[in-house]
Design a protein around this ligand. Sequence first.
Ligand code: LIP
Length: 271
Amino acid sequence: MDFDKCYIEILQLVKQAGSIINEKIHQYKDILTKSCDIDLVTEWDQKVEKLLIDGILSKYPDHKFIGEESIAAGEKIELTNAPTWIIDPIDGTMNFVHGLPHTCISVALLINKTTEIGIVYNPILNQLFTARKGQGAFLNGAPIHVSNRKELNKSLLLVEIGTSRDPEKVEIILQNVKILIPRVHGLRSFGSAALDICMVALGGADAYFEFGIHAWDIAAGDLIVREAGGVSIDPAGGPFDVMSRRILCASSTELAQELSKIIIQFYPERD
Ligand code: LIP
């Protein structure tokens, strides 16, 4: 497979998809719900995903997909060794619905379960984060690097509330906020896992963790943060598993491990 060619093709498709998001973010949208009444989806999530999948299939008819909206529509989730595109057409859908310009497209290509290409694109703020395995991470073509911070007490952390209102999960989120407030410089919550990870890759935040996210929210970001010199692990300290619905990424192994030891864990049901 010609990765250079494939990378250029997917970038073109992502830019095309981005112009739809740019055009629609401040317009009226038909809103549907998924797992609960605040798990939102718009017609544009579905249309952007279709544009990306149709575009990829026209060049690579045997490639597989794990796409947020196709899965919501009942397709099976299966990560095999085959070339697989993991796609979130709009990550930060709630932000998109409200017109908050912190929303993005997230696309990753995995082959033999290893991520080769990761792209996260916020078309509203014109932030294109890209990475290819072994080639570094970039924002709009310029190399980016994590902060290298090692100490939790000097760190700025990203945490998310998410859309689950399961009382046990909500309680764990609140307890973790309580545990962390006295131990860190600050906590922030932007509403997009993919962009949170890119902020760690950029060195603008030092760590991010979340329970209950999906492969499509984190697959591209995982490669971007690692190529920027950071780490992704399981929030309990073990190896990262893109299908586990859990992630902790940080600017250094020391920070990731320190954080993993003090947070209360939550294990969501797997997809
Ligand atoms: C969102 C994630 C975010 C999480 C939300 C939601 P979506 O993805 O990026 O981190 O807190 O619950 O899952 O649904 O906008 O693609």
